[in-house]
Design a protein around this ligand. Structure first.
Ligand code: CO
Length: 470
């Protein structure tokens, strides 16, 4: 049983820091010049109302900037419409993933009809072109931010006429085609899954493929190989009418239907044609790791849970009670592009989440290393993991009472090996009651340096490192 020194990571942080130099312990590599930008929930109550789920909290941006051997930290709430309304009314003003506005029947879909939908970008932060750094949640309302000052600039305005209610905060970037791909669901009398593409700098998506469905699956991310987009429909499904009329929070309209199994749909990026449909036994996943084509099959890695109870486990009440996370394992599927059954194997027996690869080099191509946060002691995420997918044994970093978040890979300049670089992870030190930025050698998993922030940084989800952006 781990200590529950991590509970501070689920408490509201009110303090905003305009920018403060932190002290390094140890020495980061001299080439580390740039910024780590992250987002995550940081406000869990408003007046007498409280959010119910980790995914609901209001977004705060965090920035660690590296220049000339020094590191500066700043944090600021995302001034989303959601945040401003909630602060103004001192009560939860918009429906979230698992929390509805007090006293109102509604759902994400219903609120969409009244133009009041969440733009609480607490899931990911990435560029939609050179001039648009955006904070994302799972609605089609990206919020533009100033990557240097963390100022909120306003909504990212779509120039196209595509209508959807949910999307993913994990778009893919295809560096060869120079296109951003994403996945959306448009609910209605006819509900559509839709893959889109968009050139960076453009505000117009175009349709790659649309697939009709009567029972849309909850979809947090999707797969991308060099030639294909891969939808994995896990059997956690809703019905548009239930979404509209049940009055339940968005995710609570979804039902676990294991008899459906997992349904893979492989789509040609160029033509939008469905290349293969295939099924496997039931499981649930938030995060695809990577996908690539080999020997006539799509090899697809993701973090698989036996069922969707991980969503239930992430309600704040359970997290604050110290409940353990369900087992989630790095799992590899092989989907033949021709005939033949899908095969799957577990790549590691260590429970893991928030996986990352050397994305710049290997998105859509064969990777060897996966870095993630792991739960080695059966409690919350308490270690960082490097998984060599060619061996079963993971290499880990951990420290007593320390709880790391997503490890973001920063590649060394002119790197040779795939793992030549560092991992950047925000770690809660439960004993000191503060968080620190940890710099690990990504190859050896040995610590290079750390720098303590002035406070606890609530557990966040995702972020990215931008070289030469300090
Ligand atoms: Co995610």
């Amino acid at each position: 049983m781990t200590s529950i020194g991590y509970l501070a990571g689920f408490e509201t942080l009110d303090t905003e820091t305009p920018g403060v130099e932190l002290a390094w312990q140890g020495t980061p590599p001299a080439w580390l010049n740039g910024a780590l930008l992250r987002t995550g929930p940081a406000k869990f109550e408003a007046g007498a109302t409280a959010y119910r789920h980790w995914f609901d909290g209001l977004a705060m941006l965090h920035r660690f900037a590296f220049a000339g051997g020094k590191v500066r930290y700043a944090n600021r709430f995302l001034q989303s419409g959601d945040y401003r309304d909630t602060v103004k009314h001192n009560a939860i003003a918009r429906d979230e993933f698992a929390t509805n506005r007090a006293g109102l029947l509604g759902s994400l879909f219903a609120t969409r009809l009244t133009g009041n939908s969440s733009d609480n970008g607490n899931v990911n932060v990435l560029p939609y072109g050179e001039h648009d750094m955006v904070a994302l949640t799972e609605t089609p309302y990206p919020v533009r931010i100033d990557a240097k000052t963390l100022e909120t600039l306003g909504p990212f305005a779509w120039a196209d006429r595509l209508d959807c209610q949910v999307t993913t905060a994990h778009p893919h970037y295809d560096a060869t085609r120079q296109l951003i791909y994403n996945f959306e669901i448009s609910f209605g009398r006819k509900t559509l899954y839709r893959f889109t593409r968009m050139a960076p700098g453009s505000h117009s998506r175009s349709v790659v493929a649309e697939i009709e469905t009567s029972e849309p699956a909850y979809t947090h991310s999707f797969g991308m190989s060099e030639r294909h987009l891969i939808l994995a429909e896990f059997p956690l499904v809703t019905k548009p009418l239930r979404l509209l009329l049940s009055g339940r929070p968005f995710i609570e309209t979804y039902r676990w239907s294991p008899e459906r199994g997992v349904r893979f749909t492989v789509i040609d990026k160029e033509t939008g044609a469905i290349v293969r449909r295939a099924e496997a036994g039931p499981c649930f996943s938030f995060h695809h790791v990577n996908a690539y084509e080999e020997d006539g099959a799509i090899v697809l890695d993701l973090v698989a849970f036996k069922d969707a109870r991980i969503i239930d486990a992430l309600y704040l009440a359970g997290l604050r009670a110290g409940n353990a996370l369900p087992e989630g394992l790095l799992t590899r599927f092989a989907i033949p592009l021709g005939e033949g059954p899908v095969t799957q194997k577990v790549l590691s027996s260590l429970t893991t989440e928030l996986p990352r690869i050397n994305y710049r080099r290997l998105a859509g191509r064969r990777h060897r290393y996966v870095w993630s946060a792991g739960a080695a002691s059966g409690g919350f995420l308490d270690c960082l993991v490097k998984q060599d997918v060619e061996t079963a044994k993971p290499a880990t970093w951990s420290e007593k009472d320390c709880f790391p978040g997503e490890p973001v890979f920063a590649e060394a300049p002119n790197a040779g090996a795939e793992d030549e670089g560092v991992l950047l992870s925000v770690v809660l030190d439960g004993e000191k009651g503060r968080s620190f930025l940890l710099v690990l050698d990504a190859a050896t998993m040995q610590e290079r340096a750390r720098a303590y922030a002035p406070h606890v940084i609530p557990f966040g989800f995702h972020g990215n490192y931008f070289a030469n952006a300090a």
